[in-house]
Design a protein around this ligand. Structure first.
Ligand SMILES: *Cc1c(COP(=O)(O)O)cnc(C)c1O
Length: 427
Protein backbone atom coordinates (compact mmCIF):
# COMPACT_ATOMS: atom_id res chain seq x y z
CA UNK A 1 0.00 0.00 0.00
CA UNK A 2 1.43 3.33 -1.02
CA UNK A 3 -1.71 5.49 -0.91
CA UNK A 4 -0.33 8.29 1.20
CA UNK A 5 2.88 8.48 -0.86
CA UNK A 6 0.87 8.72 -4.06
CA UNK A 7 -1.44 11.41 -2.69
CA UNK A 8 1.45 13.55 -1.47
CA UNK A 9 3.29 13.09 -4.76
CA UNK A 10 0.23 14.25 -6.73
CA UNK A 11 -0.05 17.37 -4.58
CA UNK A 12 3.70 18.00 -4.90
CA UNK A 13 3.38 17.87 -8.69
CA UNK A 14 0.95 20.78 -8.51
CA UNK A 15 3.44 23.03 -6.71
CA UNK A 16 6.90 21.70 -7.66
CA UNK A 17 8.01 20.97 -11.26
CA UNK A 18 7.69 17.21 -11.68
CA UNK A 19 6.94 16.98 -7.97
CA UNK A 20 10.65 16.76 -7.07
CA UNK A 21 13.55 19.04 -6.18
CA UNK A 22 16.12 16.95 -8.06
CA UNK A 23 15.16 15.07 -11.24
CA UNK A 24 16.45 11.59 -10.38
CA UNK A 25 14.06 11.42 -7.42
CA UNK A 26 11.12 11.15 -9.82
CA UNK A 27 11.65 7.38 -10.39
CA UNK A 28 11.06 8.10 -14.08
CA UNK A 29 12.99 5.06 -15.28
CA UNK A 30 11.32 2.45 -13.08
CA UNK A 31 7.63 2.90 -13.91
CA UNK A 32 6.20 3.75 -10.48
CA UNK A 33 5.46 6.95 -8.60
CA UNK A 34 8.27 7.98 -6.26
CA UNK A 35 8.19 7.09 -2.60
CA UNK A 36 7.70 9.82 -0.05
CA UNK A 37 10.03 9.09 2.84
CA UNK A 38 9.13 9.81 6.43
CA UNK A 39 12.17 8.76 8.42
CA UNK A 40 15.31 6.68 8.52
CA UNK A 41 17.08 4.62 11.15
CA UNK A 42 20.42 2.87 10.64
CA UNK A 43 20.20 1.00 7.31
CA UNK A 44 16.43 1.31 6.90
CA UNK A 45 14.08 4.03 5.63
CA UNK A 46 10.33 4.25 6.27
CA UNK A 47 7.88 5.79 3.82
CA UNK A 48 4.82 7.80 4.88
CA UNK A 49 2.65 4.67 4.53
CA UNK A 50 4.78 2.80 7.05
CA UNK A 51 6.55 0.53 4.54
CA UNK A 52 10.18 -0.13 5.31
CA UNK A 53 13.12 -0.55 2.97
CA UNK A 54 16.76 -1.49 3.42
CA UNK A 55 18.45 1.52 1.86
CA UNK A 56 21.40 1.28 -0.56
CA UNK A 57 21.12 4.86 -1.78
CA UNK A 58 22.08 6.56 1.50
CA UNK A 59 20.99 9.99 0.28
CA UNK A 60 23.17 9.38 -2.82
CA UNK A 61 26.31 8.83 -0.81
CA UNK A 62 26.64 10.98 2.31
CA UNK A 63 25.24 8.54 4.89
CA UNK A 64 28.27 6.34 5.41
CA UNK A 65 27.22 5.83 9.07
CA UNK A 66 23.60 5.12 8.14
CA UNK A 67 20.49 7.11 8.96
CA UNK A 68 20.08 9.18 12.11
CA UNK A 69 23.32 8.03 13.70
CA UNK A 70 23.03 9.03 17.39
CA UNK A 71 26.46 10.76 17.55
CA UNK A 72 25.69 12.80 14.43
CA UNK A 73 22.24 13.77 15.60
CA UNK A 74 23.55 14.74 19.03
CA UNK A 75 26.31 16.89 17.52
CA UNK A 76 23.76 18.69 15.33
CA UNK A 77 21.47 19.15 18.30
CA UNK A 78 24.16 20.60 20.51
CA UNK A 79 25.24 23.04 17.87
CA UNK A 80 21.67 24.04 16.99
CA UNK A 81 21.08 25.20 20.55
CA UNK A 82 23.62 27.93 19.87
CA UNK A 83 21.83 29.27 16.83
CA UNK A 84 21.54 28.16 13.22
CA UNK A 85 23.53 30.72 11.27
CA UNK A 86 25.50 33.88 11.81
CA UNK A 87 27.25 34.77 8.57
CA UNK A 88 30.27 35.36 10.82
CA UNK A 89 33.25 33.04 11.32
CA UNK A 90 32.89 30.27 13.92
CA UNK A 91 35.47 28.00 15.53
CA UNK A 92 33.89 24.85 14.17
CA UNK A 93 34.67 25.74 10.53
CA UNK A 94 38.32 26.22 11.45
CA UNK A 95 38.28 22.81 13.18
CA UNK A 96 36.78 21.02 10.17
CA UNK A 97 39.20 22.76 7.77
CA UNK A 98 42.15 21.81 9.97
CA UNK A 99 40.95 18.20 10.13
CA UNK A 100 40.72 17.83 6.36
CA UNK A 101 44.08 19.56 5.81
CA UNK A 102 45.63 17.16 8.32
CA UNK A 103 44.06 14.06 6.75
CA UNK A 104 44.47 14.66 3.01
CA UNK A 105 48.08 15.36 1.92
CA UNK A 106 47.15 17.29 -1.25
CA UNK A 107 44.98 19.74 0.70
CA UNK A 108 46.86 22.71 2.10
CA UNK A 109 43.88 25.03 2.24
CA UNK A 110 40.16 24.50 1.85
CA UNK A 111 37.01 26.57 1.48
CA UNK A 112 33.52 25.33 2.34
CA UNK A 113 30.48 25.78 0.15
CA UNK A 114 27.00 24.26 0.29
CA UNK A 115 26.82 21.93 -2.73
CA UNK A 116 29.07 19.87 -4.97
CA UNK A 117 27.92 22.03 -7.87
CA UNK A 118 29.37 25.09 -6.18
CA UNK A 119 32.59 23.28 -5.35
CA UNK A 120 33.32 22.27 -8.96
CA UNK A 121 32.23 25.66 -10.29
CA UNK A 122 34.62 27.37 -7.88
CA UNK A 123 37.46 24.97 -8.70
CA UNK A 124 37.15 25.86 -12.38
CA UNK A 125 37.12 29.56 -11.62
CA UNK A 126 40.24 29.23 -9.49
CA UNK A 127 41.98 27.32 -12.29
CA UNK A 128 41.01 29.92 -14.86
CA UNK A 129 41.96 32.77 -12.55
CA UNK A 130 45.39 31.30 -11.77
CA UNK A 131 46.29 30.34 -15.32
CA UNK A 132 44.58 33.17 -17.25
CA UNK A 133 43.37 30.42 -19.62
CA UNK A 134 39.76 29.60 -20.59
CA UNK A 135 39.42 26.01 -21.74
CA UNK A 136 38.60 23.07 -19.52
CA UNK A 137 38.58 19.37 -20.30
CA UNK A 138 36.06 16.94 -18.86
CA UNK A 139 35.11 13.34 -19.59
CA UNK A 140 31.91 11.98 -21.05
CA UNK A 141 29.78 10.29 -18.41
CA UNK A 142 31.44 12.12 -15.51
CA UNK A 143 29.06 14.37 -13.59
CA UNK A 144 30.24 17.47 -11.78
CA UNK A 145 27.00 19.16 -10.80
CA UNK A 146 24.84 21.45 -12.89
CA UNK A 147 26.82 24.62 -13.61
CA UNK A 148 26.75 25.72 -17.27
CA UNK A 149 30.31 24.81 -18.20
CA UNK A 150 29.89 21.28 -16.87
CA UNK A 151 26.54 20.41 -18.43
CA UNK A 152 28.25 19.46 -21.63
CA UNK A 153 28.79 16.06 -23.25
CA UNK A 154 30.64 14.82 -26.31
CA UNK A 155 29.12 15.40 -29.70
CA UNK A 156 29.06 12.69 -32.35
CA UNK A 157 32.33 10.95 -33.14
CA UNK A 158 34.36 9.43 -30.36
CA UNK A 159 37.52 11.39 -30.90
CA UNK A 160 35.91 14.66 -31.83
CA UNK A 161 36.30 17.17 -29.07
CA UNK A 162 33.24 19.02 -30.28
CA UNK A 163 30.68 19.22 -27.56
CA UNK A 164 27.01 19.92 -27.06
CA UNK A 165 24.98 20.98 -24.06
CA UNK A 166 23.04 18.38 -22.07
CA UNK A 167 20.57 21.02 -20.96
CA UNK A 168 18.61 23.82 -22.54
CA UNK A 169 19.71 27.25 -21.43
CA UNK A 170 23.46 26.64 -21.65
CA UNK A 171 25.13 29.29 -23.80
CA UNK A 172 27.34 28.51 -26.83
CA UNK A 173 30.16 30.32 -24.99
CA UNK A 174 30.05 27.86 -22.11
CA UNK A 175 30.03 24.94 -24.55
CA UNK A 176 32.94 26.30 -26.59
CA UNK A 177 35.18 26.45 -23.56
CA UNK A 178 34.42 22.87 -22.45
CA UNK A 179 36.34 20.14 -24.23
CA UNK A 180 35.31 16.51 -23.94
CA UNK A 181 37.08 13.17 -24.13
CA UNK A 182 35.96 9.61 -23.40
CA UNK A 183 36.79 8.29 -19.90
CA UNK A 184 39.58 5.71 -19.58
CA UNK A 185 40.89 6.30 -23.10
CA UNK A 186 44.63 6.87 -22.70
CA UNK A 187 45.30 7.00 -26.46
CA UNK A 188 42.74 9.79 -26.90
CA UNK A 189 44.28 11.58 -23.95
CA UNK A 190 47.79 11.45 -25.42
CA UNK A 191 46.54 12.66 -28.77
CA UNK A 192 44.72 15.55 -27.11
CA UNK A 193 47.77 16.63 -25.11
CA UNK A 194 49.85 16.78 -28.28
CA UNK A 195 47.50 19.38 -29.74
CA UNK A 196 48.00 23.14 -29.58
CA UNK A 197 44.67 23.61 -27.88
CA UNK A 198 46.32 22.66 -24.57
CA UNK A 199 48.06 26.03 -24.56
CA UNK A 200 44.67 27.50 -23.64
CA UNK A 201 43.81 24.73 -21.18
CA UNK A 202 43.14 25.93 -17.63
CA UNK A 203 42.19 22.59 -16.06
CA UNK A 204 41.13 19.00 -16.41
CA UNK A 205 38.32 17.91 -14.12
CA UNK A 206 37.73 14.20 -13.53
CA UNK A 207 35.95 11.76 -11.25
CA UNK A 208 38.96 9.64 -10.22
CA UNK A 209 36.54 6.74 -9.81
CA UNK A 210 33.48 7.47 -11.93
CA UNK A 211 30.29 7.14 -9.92
CA UNK A 212 27.78 8.91 -12.09
CA UNK A 213 27.71 6.49 -15.02
CA UNK A 214 27.55 3.68 -12.53
CA UNK A 215 30.77 2.76 -10.78
CA UNK A 216 33.62 2.70 -13.31
CA UNK A 217 37.17 2.43 -11.92
CA UNK A 218 40.00 4.18 -13.74
CA UNK A 219 42.08 1.83 -15.88
CA UNK A 220 45.75 1.58 -15.01
CA UNK A 221 47.65 4.58 -16.32
CA UNK A 222 44.63 6.82 -16.93
CA UNK A 223 45.00 9.03 -13.85
CA UNK A 224 48.80 8.88 -14.02
CA UNK A 225 48.76 10.09 -17.63
CA UNK A 226 46.42 12.91 -16.66
CA UNK A 227 48.69 14.00 -13.83
CA UNK A 228 51.76 13.91 -16.00
CA UNK A 229 50.29 15.70 -19.01
CA UNK A 230 48.48 18.46 -17.09
CA UNK A 231 51.73 19.24 -15.31
CA UNK A 232 53.58 19.35 -18.61
CA UNK A 233 51.18 21.82 -20.25
CA UNK A 234 50.67 23.96 -17.15
CA UNK A 235 47.00 23.10 -16.57
CA UNK A 236 45.53 22.24 -13.16
CA UNK A 237 44.32 18.74 -12.38
CA UNK A 238 41.02 18.86 -10.45
CA UNK A 239 39.81 15.69 -8.76
CA UNK A 240 36.06 15.69 -8.23
CA UNK A 241 35.89 13.55 -5.10
CA UNK A 242 32.38 14.63 -4.15
CA UNK A 243 31.41 10.94 -3.98
CA UNK A 244 34.77 9.28 -3.34
CA UNK A 245 36.17 11.69 -0.73
CA UNK A 246 36.10 9.93 2.68
CA UNK A 247 34.06 7.15 1.02
CA UNK A 248 37.03 5.19 -0.32
CA UNK A 249 39.18 5.90 2.72
CA UNK A 250 40.42 8.94 4.63
CA UNK A 251 42.45 10.06 1.62
CA UNK A 252 39.78 9.22 -0.96
CA UNK A 253 40.53 8.06 -4.48
CA UNK A 254 43.72 10.13 -4.59
CA UNK A 255 45.11 8.06 -1.75
CA UNK A 256 43.92 4.80 -3.26
CA UNK A 257 45.59 5.51 -6.62
CA UNK A 258 48.42 7.60 -5.22
CA UNK A 259 47.89 10.73 -7.31
CA UNK A 260 48.53 14.28 -6.13
CA UNK A 261 45.90 16.59 -7.70
CA UNK A 262 46.14 20.38 -7.64
CA UNK A 263 42.58 20.94 -6.46
CA UNK A 264 39.98 18.58 -4.98
CA UNK A 265 36.23 18.93 -4.66
CA UNK A 266 34.47 17.32 -1.72
CA UNK A 267 30.78 16.98 -0.88
CA UNK A 268 28.39 14.25 0.23
CA UNK A 269 30.29 12.39 3.02
CA UNK A 270 31.98 15.50 4.49
CA UNK A 271 28.55 16.90 5.34
CA UNK A 272 27.20 13.68 6.83
CA UNK A 273 23.78 14.54 5.40
CA UNK A 274 23.97 18.31 5.82
CA UNK A 275 24.48 20.59 2.80
CA UNK A 276 28.28 20.83 2.88
CA UNK A 277 30.83 20.71 0.08
CA UNK A 278 34.30 22.12 -0.32
CA UNK A 279 37.11 22.92 -2.68
CA UNK A 280 40.65 22.55 -1.46
CA UNK A 281 44.20 22.05 -2.66
CA UNK A 282 47.58 23.65 -3.02
CA UNK A 283 47.84 26.96 -1.15
CA UNK A 284 49.30 28.73 -4.19
CA UNK A 285 46.03 28.10 -6.03
CA UNK A 286 43.62 28.42 -3.10
CA UNK A 287 45.13 31.80 -2.20
CA UNK A 288 43.86 33.12 -5.54
CA UNK A 289 40.45 33.30 -3.83
CA UNK A 290 39.10 36.58 -2.46
CA UNK A 291 39.81 38.23 -0.05
CA UNK A 292 43.49 37.40 -0.73
CA UNK A 293 43.34 37.03 -4.49
CA UNK A 294 41.20 38.18 -7.37
CA UNK A 295 38.98 35.10 -7.83
CA UNK A 296 35.60 35.88 -6.33
CA UNK A 297 33.56 33.28 -4.48
CA UNK A 298 31.11 33.64 -1.59
CA UNK A 299 28.16 32.08 0.25
CA UNK A 300 25.64 33.37 2.81
CA UNK A 301 25.30 29.94 4.42
CA UNK A 302 28.79 28.66 3.56
CA UNK A 303 30.51 27.07 6.55
CA UNK A 304 27.19 26.90 8.39
CA UNK A 305 28.03 25.97 11.99
CA UNK A 306 25.51 23.13 12.33
CA UNK A 307 26.65 21.61 9.05
CA UNK A 308 30.33 22.02 10.02
CA UNK A 309 29.73 20.38 13.38
CA UNK A 310 28.06 17.40 11.71
CA UNK A 311 30.94 17.14 9.23
CA UNK A 312 33.45 17.23 12.05
CA UNK A 313 31.63 14.48 13.98
CA UNK A 314 31.49 12.41 10.79
CA UNK A 315 35.25 12.69 10.19
CA UNK A 316 35.95 11.79 13.81
CA UNK A 317 33.93 8.59 13.45
CA UNK A 318 35.64 7.69 10.23
CA UNK A 319 39.03 7.83 11.96
CA UNK A 320 38.11 5.08 14.40
CA UNK A 321 40.10 1.89 14.03
CA UNK A 322 38.98 -0.52 11.36
CA UNK A 323 36.12 1.57 9.99
CA UNK A 324 37.09 1.21 6.34
CA UNK A 325 38.02 -2.47 6.82
CA UNK A 326 34.54 -3.03 8.21
CA UNK A 327 32.98 -1.24 5.25
CA UNK A 328 35.03 -3.38 2.88
CA UNK A 329 33.96 -6.58 4.66
CA UNK A 330 30.29 -5.60 4.54
CA UNK A 331 30.58 -4.67 0.87
CA UNK A 332 32.18 -8.02 0.04
CA UNK A 333 29.59 -9.93 2.01
CA UNK A 334 26.90 -8.35 -0.15
CA UNK A 335 28.60 -8.33 -3.54
CA UNK A 336 30.65 -11.55 -3.65
CA UNK A 337 27.60 -13.86 -3.89
CA UNK A 338 25.97 -11.51 -6.40
CA UNK A 339 29.05 -11.40 -8.64
CA UNK A 340 29.03 -15.19 -8.66
CA UNK A 341 25.33 -15.36 -9.52
CA UNK A 342 25.80 -12.92 -12.41
CA UNK A 343 28.09 -15.25 -14.34
CA UNK A 344 26.49 -16.06 -17.68
CA UNK A 345 23.56 -13.71 -17.00
CA UNK A 346 24.66 -10.89 -19.32
CA UNK A 347 25.19 -8.56 -16.39
CA UNK A 348 28.11 -7.40 -14.30
CA UNK A 349 28.96 -5.89 -10.96
CA UNK A 350 31.68 -3.24 -10.68
CA UNK A 351 32.80 -2.20 -7.22
CA UNK A 352 35.39 0.03 -5.61
CA UNK A 353 35.22 -0.13 -1.81
CA UNK A 354 31.72 0.51 -0.55
CA UNK A 355 30.33 1.78 -3.85
CA UNK A 356 29.21 -0.47 -6.70
CA UNK A 357 26.84 -0.82 -9.63
CA UNK A 358 25.10 -3.79 -11.20
CA UNK A 359 25.01 -3.26 -14.97
CA UNK A 360 22.30 -5.21 -16.79
CA UNK A 361 23.14 -6.06 -20.40
CA UNK A 362 26.87 -5.27 -20.20
CA UNK A 363 29.71 -7.53 -19.15
CA UNK A 364 32.09 -4.65 -18.59
CA UNK A 365 31.73 -0.87 -18.53
CA UNK A 366 34.85 1.24 -19.00
CA UNK A 367 33.38 4.41 -20.43
CA UNK A 368 30.20 6.13 -21.49
CA UNK A 369 30.02 4.31 -24.83
CA UNK A 370 29.70 0.95 -23.06
CA UNK A 371 26.46 2.16 -21.47
CA UNK A 372 24.60 2.11 -24.78
CA UNK A 373 23.87 -1.63 -24.46
CA UNK A 374 22.32 -1.37 -20.97
CA UNK A 375 18.85 -2.88 -20.68
CA UNK A 376 16.53 -0.26 -19.18
CA UNK A 377 13.38 -2.42 -19.06
CA UNK A 378 15.29 -5.15 -17.29
CA UNK A 379 16.50 -2.62 -14.73
CA UNK A 380 12.94 -1.42 -14.12
CA UNK A 381 11.92 -5.06 -13.43
CA UNK A 382 14.97 -5.49 -11.18
CA UNK A 383 14.23 -2.32 -9.20
CA UNK A 384 10.58 -3.27 -8.68
CA UNK A 385 11.44 -6.86 -7.74
CA UNK A 386 13.69 -5.58 -4.94
CA UNK A 387 11.41 -2.69 -3.98
CA UNK A 388 8.56 -5.16 -3.42
CA UNK A 389 10.88 -7.11 -1.13
CA UNK A 390 11.65 -4.06 0.96
CA UNK A 391 14.98 -3.18 -0.64
CA UNK A 392 15.61 0.31 -1.99
CA UNK A 393 18.31 0.64 -4.66
CA UNK A 394 19.05 3.65 -6.90
CA UNK A 395 15.99 4.32 -9.07
CA UNK A 396 18.31 4.66 -12.09
CA UNK A 397 20.79 2.07 -13.35
CA UNK A 398 23.73 4.39 -13.99
CA UNK A 399 24.16 5.22 -10.32
CA UNK A 400 26.11 3.82 -7.40
CA UNK A 401 24.80 1.62 -4.61
CA UNK A 402 26.31 2.59 -1.26
CA UNK A 403 27.05 0.29 1.66
CA UNK A 404 27.13 1.95 5.07
CA UNK A 405 28.55 0.94 8.43
CA UNK A 406 24.96 0.56 9.61
CA UNK A 407 24.11 -2.29 7.21
CA UNK A 408 23.60 -5.44 9.28
CA UNK A 409 24.81 -8.84 8.16
CA UNK A 410 21.22 -10.05 8.21
CA UNK A 411 20.12 -7.29 5.84
CA UNK A 412 23.15 -7.73 3.59
CA UNK A 413 22.50 -11.48 3.31
CA UNK A 414 18.79 -10.96 2.67
CA UNK A 415 19.66 -8.45 -0.06
CA UNK A 416 22.21 -10.76 -1.68
CA UNK A 417 19.67 -13.61 -1.68
CA UNK A 418 16.97 -11.37 -3.17
CA UNK A 419 19.27 -10.09 -5.91
CA UNK A 420 20.43 -13.60 -6.76
CA UNK A 421 16.87 -14.95 -6.85
CA UNK A 422 15.91 -12.22 -9.35
CA UNK A 423 18.53 -13.57 -11.73
CA UNK A 424 17.60 -17.23 -11.16
CA UNK A 425 13.89 -16.57 -11.69
CA UNK A 426 14.44 -14.35 -14.73
CA UNK A 427 13.50 -15.83 -18.10
C1 LIG B 1 26.82 14.67 -6.46
C2 LIG B 1 27.98 15.09 -7.26
C3 LIG B 1 28.21 16.43 -7.59
C4 LIG B 1 27.20 17.51 -7.31
O1 LIG B 1 26.97 17.71 -5.97
P1 LIG B 1 25.63 18.46 -5.51
O2 LIG B 1 25.79 18.61 -4.05
O3 LIG B 1 24.50 17.54 -5.91
O4 LIG B 1 25.56 19.75 -6.25
C5 LIG B 1 29.40 16.76 -8.22
N1 LIG B 1 30.30 15.83 -8.53
C6 LIG B 1 30.10 14.53 -8.25
C7 LIG B 1 31.16 13.53 -8.60
C8 LIG B 1 28.93 14.11 -7.63
O5 LIG B 1 28.73 12.82 -7.41
Amino acid sequence: MRNKSNTIYKKACAAIPGGVNSPVRSFSGVGIDPMIVDSGCKDVIFDVDGNQYIDYCGSWGPLILGHAHPAIIQAAHEQMQKGLSFGISTEVEQLLAEEIVRLVPSIEKIRFVTSGTEATMTALRIARGCTSRHKILKFTGNYHGHSDALLVQAGSGVLSINSRATSLGVTPGAIDDTLILPYNDIAALRLFFQSEITQGLAAVIVEPVAGNMGVVPPIEGFLETLRCETQRVGALLIFDEVITGFRLGLTGAQGLYDIDPDLTCFGKVIGGGMPVAAVGGKARYMDCLAPIGGVYQAGTLAGNPVAMRVGLEMLRWLQKDGVYEQLEAKSRRLTDPISEALEGKNASLQRVGSMFTIFLGANRVRNHKDLSVLDKQRYARFFNYLFNRGIYIPPAQQEAWFVSLAHTERHLDYTAESVCSFFYEEK
